[in-house]
Design a binder for this molecule. Structure first.
Ligand code: FES
Length: 260
């Protein structure tokens, strides 16, 4: 089993208003089977033993499912392994790359303010979802799943879009800090399914409106989001969202004209 000492430059920031800075730590005897977050756990245990403040970072499932983790490691959102969340990244990948010194930062985006150290506030994503990321349903009486047949192609496409875990790596990787990949995946997932048709136009208008209101940048087709996404969400969804948005805006304009 390979072990190594690593030099860590970790972004430490006491609060949103603190200006923040990198602080250097040595992670001793890191073994190749550790996950990246386990390595940080060990560093934190040592800090606690010394009576120092542990490094704050987000995590929950540690299985690549929940979307809570998010670190920029040597410039890569979620680290250097494609289609892998930071919690699923193992130190063997870091060893393979010959990295002895790591720079660990939070997601950088105005719309994701730092709460503390490596933890950022991603509630802007929640507000985008609240704006339209739902379907009308009478709760308490869900219909039988087989009552509404859905074509395989449509079901597969909806599932692809539904893979988005809302981690925010797309925003962190985008030079414009655009949330288009996230928003388009959510718009498309619901807009493709028959259950999502009732609010389809309203949904895309409101979700795109909220995305803009939160201060995220525009998409200019860099494609960094797709590359950083741990779930492989395609930028094709952004093109689809833009088409849906245009159609919805034209329909809304026509309705206003008809009323006038
Ligand atoms: S902690 Fe859940 S996806 Fe990483």
């Amino acid at each position: 089993m390979k072990t190594k000492n690593l030099t860590l430059n970790v972004w430490r920031q006491r609060s949103k208003s603190d200006s923040g800075r990198f602080e250097k730590y040595v992670a001793k005897d890191v073994n190749e089977h550790m996950s990246f977050l386990e390595m940080l756990d060990v560093v934190n245990e040592e800090l606690l033993e010394k009576g120092e403040e542990p490094i704050a970072f987000d995590h929950d499932c540690r299985e690549g499912i929940c979307g809570m983790c998010g670190l920029v490691i040597n410039g890569y959102a979620h680290g250097p392994q494609e289609r892998t969340t930071a919690c699923q990244l193992h130190m063997r990948k870091v060893f393979e790359l010959g990295w002895d010194e790591l720079w660990i930062e939070p997601w950088r985006a105005t719309s994701f303010p730092v709460i503390k150290d490596l933890a950022v506030d991603r509630s802007a994503f929640d507000r985008i979802m609240q704006a339209g990321g739902y379907i009308s349903i009478r709760t308490g009486s869900p219909p039988d799943a087989n009552e509404m047949p859905i074509g395989k192609h449509v079901a597969d496409m909806a599932m692809d879009a539904a893979e988005c875990i809302g981690c925010g790596a797309c925003v962190a990787a985008c030079p414009n800090a655009s949330a288009s990949l996230f928003t388009s995946a959510k718009v498309s997932h619901l807009g493709l399914l028959p259950q999502g048709q009732a609010e389809r136009e309203d949904r895309v208008r409101k979700m795109v409106g909220q995305m803009d209101a939160e201060g995220f940048g525009s998409c200019t087709n860099h494609g960094e989001c797709e590359k950083a996404c741990p779930k492989g969400i395609s930028i094709d969804w952004i093109a689809r969202m833009n088409r849906e948005f245009l159609k919805a805006m034209v329909t809304a304009d026509n309705e206003v004209e008809e009323r006038d």
